[in-house]
Design a protein around this ligand. Structure first.
Ligand code: NCD
Length: 467
């Protein structure tokens, strides 16, 4: 069996996620804490042959401690690095070298890093499982497991839940993995971002393209566009697999066709509000939180929120009122507590202590991969932009052909870009980005604009490219 890693939430199939949840249920039931049914007590003799290393290049409380306590409660051992200044990264060591060394000392490695895609790089050089504990603004898949697990325990199922996403949806990595998870399990997503902090465009595009998750705009909503509920957009997922065809219709005919199938009053009840803090550390300069909204008992007075679970990945700053702490709808501390059984289950699955949880191979990716040293990721926070990693990394991309145009998704940070012009280095010719080929020529070069092509010494094609 090949080594499995967890870098993004789509490294796990829906069945595997559910199997992890069942195992987490078992741990909770077999290690009860009197009076606190969401908390684990005691230790099991399951992982005494194993060592887990936590390598954190960014601040953490919950994620690192819950991983470490999860390993200890499985009976295993822990090595921990919480301060990047104390590892050889401070001396200029690459991510690849660090994990190639660490894999000799630990059986599973948990990494948090400020650069998007850094944990993917680590997974490419490790023969022990690598777990992403958050890579820049990209993803935080184990937080998503905790979030989905909490929702499922609170609501019984994830299907058709209305989940409101609140706050900094632009920079919040927990949100970026959560939306894909929710879409895959058939929940409806209702983004309610702080002004200027909406979901990144590439995340929105991917929701639609890869998960048939379709946005409905405010005025197209039945019952939802009231003043009290100024929704920007709702993403609706297909209820049954065959409804994918209906969703292709939506792409062509617009969201009107969805009115027909969105049940009346479908959005009159919000099942969960997922609140997030302003991610200051991901923003240039001094970010202002002046107009950042707050969720408190006053906001939740509306009838729609009567049974809403209030969630937050924590830490909270000012976006979530302390007045909610005694409210029965507040589940954020329980959510943090579920981090332990969920991470115990994940570690036990990846280490094969529980061999039936994960399949032999990860779920297949939907798009084909291409590697080009001539093409670079345009995300300034991508790991491929780091000087240290440029010594050995070749940029790799997934190729997506959409609306006759080539879109590339960086294999590491997963940002997408649509170059305006495409050239071939063998002929030094360029033309507008209109794809007519199934596979890509080896010498492809991408240009953000025509001036860049001309500056690189390319000339326009007179005829269509032939391949
Ligand atoms: C989150 C993170 O690090 O992205 N925290 C966590 O792991 N629970 C959320 C945050 O820091 O806002």
């Amino acid at each position: 069996m090949m080594v499995r890693h967890l870098v993004t939430i789509d490294d796990l199939s829906e069945a595997e996620i559910q199997a992890i949840f069942s195992l987490a249920d078992e741990f909770l039931a077999s290690m009860p804490s009197p009076g606190s049914p969401h908390r684990i007590r005691g230790c099991l003799p399951l992982a005494d042959q194993f060592v887990l290393a936590t390598l954190f290049y960014e601040a953490s409380t919950r994620t690192r401690f819950s991983f470490e306590t999860a390993m200890i409660r499985l009976g295993g051992h822990v090595l921990s690095s919480a301060d990047p200044k104390t590892t050889s990264a401070a001396k200029g060591e690459t991510i690849a070298d660090t994990v190639r060394v660490l894999q000799n000392y630990a059986d599973v490695i948990v990494i948090r890093h400020p650069c998007e895609g850094a944990v993917k790089v680590a997974s490419e050089y490790s023969d022990v499982p690598i777990i992403n504990a958050g890579d820049g603004g990209h993803e935080h898949p184990t937080q998503t497991l905790c979030d989905l697990y909490t929702l499922q325990r609170e609501k019984g199922s994830l299907k058709n839940l209305n989940v409101l996403l609140w706050g900094d949806l632009k920079n919040g990595r927990t949100v970026h993995s959560l939306v894909y998870g929710l879409a895959r399990f058939g929940a409806r997503i209702i983004p309610l971002p702080a002004e200027g902090f909406g979901l990144p465009e590439h995340v929105t595009r991917r929701l639609l393209r890869d998960y048939d998750c379709v946005p409905l705009s405010n005025d197209e909503l039945i019952d939802a566009g009231t003043d009290k509920f100024p929704v920007d957009v709702v993403y609706v997922t297909p209820e049954k697999p065959h409804q994918r065809s209906l969703f292709s219709d939506v792409k062509e005919k617009g969201t009107d066709v969805l009115r027909v199938r969105l049940p009346h009053n479908a959005l009159s009840k919000i099942d969960a509000c997922y609140v997030t803090r302003l991610q200051r550390e991901r923003m240039p300069g001094d970010a202002s939180a002046e107009n950042y909204p707050m969720v408190d008992t006053e906001f939740l007075k509306d009838r729609r929120y009567r049974h809403s679970s209030v969630m937050h990945p924590l830490p909270r700053v000012t976006e979530l009122g302390y007045d909610l702490d005694d409210d029965a709808r507040a589940v954020y501390f329980k959510q943090a507590s579920y981090g332990v059984p969920v991470r115990m289950a994940l570690i036990a699955a990846l280490l094969q202590i529980k061999p039936d949880v994960l399949g032999a191979v990860p779920p297949k990716k939907r798009h084909s991969l291409f590697a080009r040293s001539t093409v670079h990721c345009d995300n300034p926070n991508c790991v491929t932009g780091l000087e240290t990693e440029q010594r050995y990394l070749t940029p790799k991309f997934l190729v997506i052909i959409e609306d006759e145009r080539l879109t590339i998704r960086c294999q590491y940070c997963e940002h997408e870009s649509i170059p305006e012009f495409i050239g071939r280095s063998s002929t030094k010719k360029y033309e507008p980005n209109r794809m007519r080929w199934e596979s890509l020529p080896d010498d492809i070069t991408l240009f953000t604009d025509e001036a860049a092509a001309i500056a690189a010494g390319y000339q326009p094609y007179k005829q269509r490219l032939k391949v």
